[in-house]
Design a protein around this ligand. Structure first.
Ligand SMILES: [Zn+2]
Length: 108
């Protein structure tokens, strides 16, 4: 008996657990359109919101021309344009899944 093949979502989660990836990286790994990968990511993000052991992390995209950081972004898509300098040279956000630190009573 062969083990069941991983679903696309499981493959994506596997990749994200190993190292941070952009939607494009992931798309080339699982042979899907970037748009569909973003769809999966949205689901993964939502399902991990309830997880106590893992956390979905999105790195902030940044303008390569003026350094503007797109903070507090909730959308997964790369912004098309910098609101400050209008540059379109925006880095792709990278996603990863990291283990949550157990909560200690004292801060480090
Ligand atoms: Zn800029």
């Amino acid at each position: 008996m062969n083990p069941a093949p991983l679903t696309t979502r499981q493959q994506l989660m596997d990749l994200l657990t190993r190292h941070p990836c952009t939607a494009r990286d992931l798309a080339s790994h699982v042979h899907l359109a970037e748009r569909l990968v973003e769809d999966h990511l949205a689901h993964i993000m939502r399902s991990l919101e309830r997880s106590t052991s893992q956390q979905f992390v999105m790195e902030e995209p940044e303008c390569q021309d003026c350094g503007y950081a797109f903070r507090n972004r909730t959308r997964l898509k790369r912004p098309s344009r910098c609101p400050r300098c209008r540059s379109e040279a925006i880095t792709s956000p990278r996603f990863s899944i990291v283990a949550k630190q157990p909560k200690g009573k004292k801060g480090g």
